[in-house]
Design a binder for this molecule. Structure first.
Ligand code: PLP
Length: 415
């Protein structure tokens, strides 16, 4: 970064500090991951300079011959990776992808049935705080209070009573597999569209480690930066009969010029996600999350739904008498990064809820395996049970230092 160092030392310094924070901590935020150096290199290119409104061979600006090639590579790879009929690779983010999909499928005032935010759903699925709730009529399904897994009977009942035009499946803090086929059948019964938002589990899905949403949804949206390990962005996957509607909804519907440097980086991510190594890493991610869950359970930490089938775990902190924010802050002091999260039937507010969400994706990218997950699980359990014990926090810091030295990430990036 020889130019940035000279031109803007303030920003350069902050980038270096953030690089070091990521390298010297345990990133256990379930929605985060380490993208590859190849993806990072691609994002920092002159592709960022180019206006390319429109689609390959149908642009509103000249000079797009190479951009067209790049976007076509991205589309073709995405179609192969997701076994999809049509993919739009232009959405800037998961929220933009969802908004575009709603715009393509619905009219203002139509009804959406989606998972309750506090049961694991996402803000963009129609939470009161989102624009989505002002445009559409929202109802929610949730989890069964006993099993804390999706209550498909309740979902069916609400679907039959409300007759929504769209059912959304997919979640942000749900640790179990989602039965997309079952939800698709319910949607078909009431002639609703089914949108599966696989943002969190996309990496697991393409590695065939999660029930498939392909052929079990009309539209699939996903971010590309979570288990998929790509740049911060998203795509929309659709059946070919919906292709035109989706494309028009993305551009000119809700976006202008696409971010071609990010589209190129998504193409690189998709190539990497087709490798045998990626599949192996996704298997390891699940093994790591399972080991972490087992270690926490062995220490009498309560997990929502009793465990995990995926990369993420949701701890119910109520028996420990600490809040999610307290827990996340204490762990961050030991350089263990997690996030506070609402849990099903939480009676605490979203800014200081009763849950803590953990993920194993980034640690797995870094190379950690079951042995390390046991050590980390034990450390987290000790700290959560004794939040004010300085000695335990120092021990945790030592473990983090040992592990990050043993499993370095981004060795070529300066620090
Ligand atoms: N959908 C789900 C299920 C998510 O978990 C998230 C983000 O965490 C999103 C959509 C939104 O993605 P973005 O932050 O890129 O808008």
């Amino acid at each position: 970064m020889k130019n940035l160092t000279k031109i803007d030392p303030e920003i350069y310094q902050e980038i270096i500090k953030e690089t070091n924070r990521q390298k010297n901590g345990l990133i256990m935020i379930a929605s985060e991951n380490f993208t590859s150096e190849a993806v990072l290199e691609t994002m920092a290119t002159v592709l960022s300079n180019k206006y390319a409104e429109g689609y390959p061979d149908k642009r509103y600006y000249t000079g797009n011959q190479f951009i067209d090639n790049i976007e076509t590579y991205c589309i073709e790879r995405a179609k192969k990776l997701f076994q999809a009929e049509h993919v739009n690779v232009q959405p800037h983010s998961g929220t933009s992808a969802n908004l575009a999909a709603y715009f393509a499928l619905l009219k203002p005032g139509d009804k959406i049935l989606s998972m309750d935010l506090s049961h694991g759903g996402h803000l963009s699925h129609g939470s009161k705080a989102s624009l989505v709730s002002q445009l559409y009529q929202i109802s929610h399904y949730g989890v069964d209070p006993k099993t804390e897994t999706i209550d498909y009977d309740q979902l069916t009942k609400i679907a039959l009573a409300e007759k929504p035009q769209l059912i959304i499946s997919g979640a942000s803090s749900y640790p179990r597999q989602i039965d997309f086929a079952k939800i698709n059948q319910i949607a078909q019964k009431i002639k609703a569209y089914h949108l599966a938002d696989i943002a969190h589990i996309a990496g697991l899905c393409v590695a065939n480690l999660h029930h498939s949403a392909i052929n079990n949804a009309d539209v699939i949206t996903t971010t590309t930066h979570k288990t998929l390990r790509g740049p911060r962005s998203a795509v929309i996957i659709a059946k070919s009969e919906l292709a035109q509607k989706i494309d028009k909804a993305v551009f000119p519907g809700i976006q202008g010029g696409p971010l071609e440097h990010i589209i190129a980086a998504k193409a690189v991510c998709f190539k990497q996600a087709m490798s045998a190594k990626f599949k192996k890493d996704q298997q390891q991610t699940i093994k790591n999350a399972t080991t972490l869950a087992q270690t926490l359970l062995a220490n009498n930490i309560r997990l929502v739904s009793g465990g995990t089938d995926t990369h993420l775990i949701l701890i119910d902190l109520r028996p420990l008498k600490i809040t999610g924010k307290q827990a996340a802050d204490i762990l961050a002091k030991a350089n263990i990064y997690t996030n506070f999260n609402v849990i099903p039937f939480d009676d605490q507010p979203a800014n200081n809820p009763s849950g803590l969400r953990l993920g194993a994706a980034a640690l797995t990218t870094q190379g950690l395996k079951e042995t390390e997950m046991q050590l980390i699980g034990q450390t987290i359990a000790d700290i959560l049970k004794n939040p004010n014990t300085e000695n335990l926090q120092n021990k945790a810091k030592e473990l983090v230092e040992e592990l990050t030295n043993k499993f370095p990430i981004y060795q070529e990036l300066s620090c």
